[in-house]
Design a protein around this ligand. Structure first.
Ligand code: MN
Length: 242
Protein backbone atom coordinates (compact mmCIF):
# COMPACT_ATOMS: atom_id res chain seq x y z
CA UNK A 1 0.00 0.00 0.00
CA UNK A 2 1.52 3.34 -0.97
CA UNK A 3 1.55 6.28 1.46
CA UNK A 4 -1.48 8.02 -0.04
CA UNK A 5 -3.65 4.91 -0.01
CA UNK A 6 -2.44 4.24 3.52
CA UNK A 7 -3.62 7.70 4.49
CA UNK A 8 -6.94 6.96 2.78
CA UNK A 9 -7.24 3.74 4.74
CA UNK A 10 -6.56 5.51 8.01
CA UNK A 11 -9.02 8.25 7.20
CA UNK A 12 -11.70 5.75 6.19
CA UNK A 13 -11.02 3.72 9.33
CA UNK A 14 -11.32 6.81 11.48
CA UNK A 15 -14.57 7.80 9.75
CA UNK A 16 -16.02 4.33 10.17
CA UNK A 17 -14.87 4.20 13.77
CA UNK A 18 -16.52 7.55 14.43
CA UNK A 19 -19.71 6.40 12.68
CA UNK A 20 -19.72 3.31 14.86
CA UNK A 21 -19.41 5.46 17.98
CA UNK A 22 -15.83 4.42 18.61
CA UNK A 23 -14.70 7.93 19.46
CA UNK A 24 -11.55 6.97 21.34
CA UNK A 25 -10.44 5.06 18.24
CA UNK A 26 -11.43 7.82 15.84
CA UNK A 27 -9.73 10.45 17.99
CA UNK A 28 -6.40 8.67 17.96
CA UNK A 29 -6.63 6.92 14.61
CA UNK A 30 -3.06 7.81 13.73
CA UNK A 31 -1.87 6.47 17.08
CA UNK A 32 -3.99 3.34 16.90
CA UNK A 33 -1.42 1.62 14.79
CA UNK A 34 1.91 0.34 15.93
CA UNK A 35 4.79 -1.10 13.96
CA UNK A 36 4.07 -4.44 12.30
CA UNK A 37 6.95 -6.47 13.70
CA UNK A 38 5.46 -9.90 14.35
CA UNK A 39 3.00 -8.48 16.80
CA UNK A 40 0.80 -11.53 16.93
CA UNK A 41 1.97 -14.73 18.55
CA UNK A 42 0.46 -18.17 18.92
CA UNK A 43 -0.77 -18.55 22.51
CA UNK A 44 -0.28 -21.99 24.06
CA UNK A 45 -3.29 -24.28 24.27
CA UNK A 46 -4.84 -23.90 27.74
CA UNK A 47 -4.64 -27.71 28.19
CA UNK A 48 -2.68 -30.68 26.85
CA UNK A 49 -3.20 -31.86 23.26
CA UNK A 50 -4.78 -35.08 24.51
CA UNK A 51 -6.94 -33.42 27.19
CA UNK A 52 -10.12 -33.57 25.09
CA UNK A 53 -9.79 -37.29 24.32
CA UNK A 54 -11.73 -39.33 23.38
CA UNK A 55 -14.02 -36.66 21.92
CA UNK A 56 -11.34 -34.73 20.09
CA UNK A 57 -8.15 -36.69 19.53
CA UNK A 58 -4.63 -35.61 20.37
CA UNK A 59 -3.37 -35.57 16.78
CA UNK A 60 -6.22 -33.36 15.57
CA UNK A 61 -5.60 -30.91 18.41
CA UNK A 62 -1.84 -30.87 17.79
CA UNK A 63 -2.16 -30.21 14.07
CA UNK A 64 -5.06 -27.80 14.52
CA UNK A 65 -3.16 -25.67 17.04
CA UNK A 66 0.47 -25.98 15.96
CA UNK A 67 -0.11 -25.77 12.23
CA UNK A 68 -3.53 -24.35 11.31
CA UNK A 69 -3.82 -21.78 14.08
CA UNK A 70 -0.12 -21.01 13.82
CA UNK A 71 -0.48 -20.39 10.08
CA UNK A 72 -3.19 -17.78 10.69
CA UNK A 73 -0.91 -16.00 13.16
CA UNK A 74 2.09 -16.11 10.82
CA UNK A 75 0.05 -15.01 7.80
CA UNK A 76 -1.58 -12.23 9.78
CA UNK A 77 1.83 -10.77 10.55
CA UNK A 78 2.79 -11.11 6.88
CA UNK A 79 -0.50 -9.56 5.74
CA UNK A 80 0.04 -6.47 7.87
CA UNK A 81 3.66 -6.19 6.75
CA UNK A 82 2.69 -6.51 3.07
CA UNK A 83 -0.11 -3.99 3.30
CA UNK A 84 1.99 -1.42 5.16
CA UNK A 85 -1.01 -1.06 7.43
CA UNK A 86 0.26 -1.08 10.96
CA UNK A 87 -1.19 -3.44 13.49
CA UNK A 88 -4.23 -2.43 15.55
CA UNK A 89 -3.93 -2.72 19.30
CA UNK A 90 -6.96 -5.00 19.50
CA UNK A 91 -8.44 -7.20 16.79
CA UNK A 92 -11.91 -6.59 18.25
CA UNK A 93 -11.52 -2.94 17.23
CA UNK A 94 -10.28 -3.82 13.74
CA UNK A 95 -13.24 -6.18 13.15
CA UNK A 96 -15.67 -3.27 13.36
CA UNK A 97 -14.26 -1.84 10.14
CA UNK A 98 -12.68 -4.98 8.64
CA UNK A 99 -14.34 -4.23 5.29
CA UNK A 100 -11.65 -1.57 4.84
CA UNK A 101 -8.84 -4.13 5.17
CA UNK A 102 -7.55 -6.69 2.67
CA UNK A 103 -9.06 -10.21 2.39
CA UNK A 104 -5.75 -11.57 3.69
CA UNK A 105 -6.00 -9.49 6.85
CA UNK A 106 -9.71 -10.33 7.25
CA UNK A 107 -9.16 -14.09 6.85
CA UNK A 108 -6.13 -14.34 9.07
CA UNK A 109 -7.29 -11.91 11.76
CA UNK A 110 -10.52 -13.91 11.97
CA UNK A 111 -8.58 -17.17 11.87
CA UNK A 112 -6.40 -16.11 14.80
CA UNK A 113 -9.11 -14.56 16.99
CA UNK A 114 -11.67 -17.34 16.38
CA UNK A 115 -9.23 -20.08 17.35
CA UNK A 116 -8.17 -18.32 20.56
CA UNK A 117 -11.86 -18.21 21.51
CA UNK A 118 -12.43 -21.81 20.42
CA UNK A 119 -9.65 -23.15 22.68
CA UNK A 120 -11.04 -21.17 25.60
CA UNK A 121 -14.62 -22.34 25.29
CA UNK A 122 -13.51 -25.99 25.50
CA UNK A 123 -12.09 -27.93 28.41
CA UNK A 124 -11.85 -31.53 29.59
CA UNK A 125 -14.65 -32.87 31.77
CA UNK A 126 -16.60 -29.67 32.13
CA UNK A 127 -20.22 -29.26 33.12
CA UNK A 128 -22.76 -31.03 30.91
CA UNK A 129 -24.87 -27.91 30.63
CA UNK A 130 -24.85 -24.27 31.68
CA UNK A 131 -26.65 -22.99 34.77
CA UNK A 132 -27.94 -19.70 36.12
CA UNK A 133 -28.86 -16.79 33.86
CA UNK A 134 -27.58 -18.42 30.66
CA UNK A 135 -29.58 -21.61 31.20
CA UNK A 136 -32.67 -19.50 31.96
CA UNK A 137 -32.19 -17.51 28.75
CA UNK A 138 -31.68 -20.69 26.70
CA UNK A 139 -34.84 -22.23 28.12
CA UNK A 140 -36.82 -19.03 27.57
CA UNK A 141 -35.76 -18.77 23.94
CA UNK A 142 -35.36 -22.40 22.86
CA UNK A 143 -37.79 -24.18 25.23
CA UNK A 144 -35.16 -26.56 26.53
CA UNK A 145 -31.42 -27.13 26.58
CA UNK A 146 -31.91 -30.19 24.37
CA UNK A 147 -33.81 -28.13 21.80
CA UNK A 148 -31.06 -25.50 21.86
CA UNK A 149 -28.42 -28.17 21.20
CA UNK A 150 -30.47 -29.56 18.35
CA UNK A 151 -30.77 -26.12 16.72
CA UNK A 152 -27.08 -25.34 17.20
CA UNK A 153 -26.13 -28.69 15.64
CA UNK A 154 -28.48 -28.03 12.73
CA UNK A 155 -26.71 -24.73 12.06
CA UNK A 156 -23.26 -26.32 12.37
CA UNK A 157 -24.24 -29.12 9.96
CA UNK A 158 -25.95 -26.72 7.59
CA UNK A 159 -22.87 -24.58 6.99
CA UNK A 160 -21.82 -25.50 3.45
CA UNK A 161 -18.05 -25.77 3.14
CA UNK A 162 -15.86 -24.13 5.77
CA UNK A 163 -16.98 -21.86 8.55
CA UNK A 164 -18.13 -21.59 12.13
CA UNK A 165 -21.36 -21.90 14.11
CA UNK A 166 -21.92 -19.05 16.57
CA UNK A 167 -24.02 -18.34 19.64
CA UNK A 168 -24.13 -14.60 20.30
CA UNK A 169 -25.81 -12.02 22.49
CA UNK A 170 -27.27 -9.53 20.03
CA UNK A 171 -27.84 -5.80 20.45
CA UNK A 172 -31.27 -6.47 21.97
CA UNK A 173 -29.58 -8.69 24.59
CA UNK A 174 -31.17 -11.77 23.07
CA UNK A 175 -29.42 -15.00 22.21
CA UNK A 176 -28.99 -15.72 18.52
CA UNK A 177 -27.64 -18.71 16.58
CA UNK A 178 -26.17 -18.62 13.09
CA UNK A 179 -23.18 -19.70 11.05
CA UNK A 180 -20.71 -17.61 9.07
CA UNK A 181 -18.40 -18.68 6.25
CA UNK A 182 -14.62 -19.04 6.30
CA UNK A 183 -13.01 -17.18 9.24
CA UNK A 184 -15.60 -14.42 9.50
CA UNK A 185 -17.01 -13.78 12.96
CA UNK A 186 -19.98 -11.89 14.44
CA UNK A 187 -17.84 -8.88 15.43
CA UNK A 188 -17.02 -8.10 11.78
CA UNK A 189 -18.84 -5.36 9.91
CA UNK A 190 -19.05 -7.71 6.90
CA UNK A 191 -21.04 -10.36 8.80
CA UNK A 192 -24.71 -10.57 7.80
CA UNK A 193 -25.60 -11.29 11.44
CA UNK A 194 -23.70 -9.76 14.33
CA UNK A 195 -23.46 -9.82 18.10
CA UNK A 196 -21.10 -10.63 20.95
CA UNK A 197 -19.96 -14.24 20.54
CA UNK A 198 -20.21 -16.46 23.62
CA UNK A 199 -19.88 -19.92 22.03
CA UNK A 200 -18.38 -21.06 18.75
CA UNK A 201 -17.76 -24.28 16.88
CA UNK A 202 -15.16 -24.71 14.17
CA UNK A 203 -16.67 -26.79 11.35
CA UNK A 204 -13.73 -26.59 8.96
CA UNK A 205 -12.77 -30.13 7.95
CA UNK A 206 -9.34 -29.65 9.57
CA UNK A 207 -11.15 -29.56 12.93
CA UNK A 208 -12.47 -33.13 12.67
CA UNK A 209 -11.43 -34.97 9.53
CA UNK A 210 -8.67 -37.16 11.03
CA UNK A 211 -11.06 -38.82 13.48
CA UNK A 212 -14.51 -38.31 11.99
CA UNK A 213 -13.85 -38.06 8.21
CA UNK A 214 -17.08 -36.97 6.47
CA UNK A 215 -19.13 -37.50 9.64
CA UNK A 216 -19.39 -33.91 10.78
CA UNK A 217 -22.54 -34.86 12.71
CA UNK A 218 -20.52 -37.25 14.91
CA UNK A 219 -17.95 -34.52 15.63
CA UNK A 220 -20.66 -32.01 16.55
CA UNK A 221 -22.35 -34.58 18.76
CA UNK A 222 -19.09 -35.45 20.54
CA UNK A 223 -18.09 -31.80 20.94
CA UNK A 224 -20.81 -31.12 23.53
CA UNK A 225 -18.76 -33.24 25.94
CA UNK A 226 -15.90 -30.73 25.92
CA UNK A 227 -17.71 -27.39 26.05
CA UNK A 228 -16.39 -25.17 28.86
CA UNK A 229 -19.76 -23.90 30.13
CA UNK A 230 -18.12 -21.89 32.92
CA UNK A 231 -16.34 -19.82 30.28
CA UNK A 232 -19.49 -19.50 28.14
CA UNK A 233 -21.50 -18.33 31.18
CA UNK A 234 -18.79 -15.79 31.97
CA UNK A 235 -18.92 -14.45 28.42
CA UNK A 236 -22.72 -14.34 28.58
CA UNK A 237 -22.69 -12.33 31.82
CA UNK A 238 -20.14 -9.87 30.38
CA UNK A 239 -22.13 -9.45 27.15
CA UNK A 240 -25.32 -8.77 29.12
CA UNK A 241 -23.56 -6.14 31.25
CA UNK A 242 -21.85 -4.28 28.41
MN1 MN B 1 -9.78 -24.37 12.72
Amino acid sequence: MNPSSRRDFLRKSAMLAAAAGLYPIAAKAENLFILPQNNFQLPPLPYAFDALEPWIDRETMRIHHNFHHNAYVANLNVAFAESHIDVPLKLEDLFQYISAASPKIRNNAGGHWNHVMFWEIMKPAGKKEPEGALLDAIKAQFNSFEEFKRKFAEIALGRFGSGWAWLVVNDRKRLNLFSLPNQDNPLMDVADQRGTPILCLDVWEHAYYLKYQYKRYEYVDAWWNVVNWDEVMKRYDEAMKS
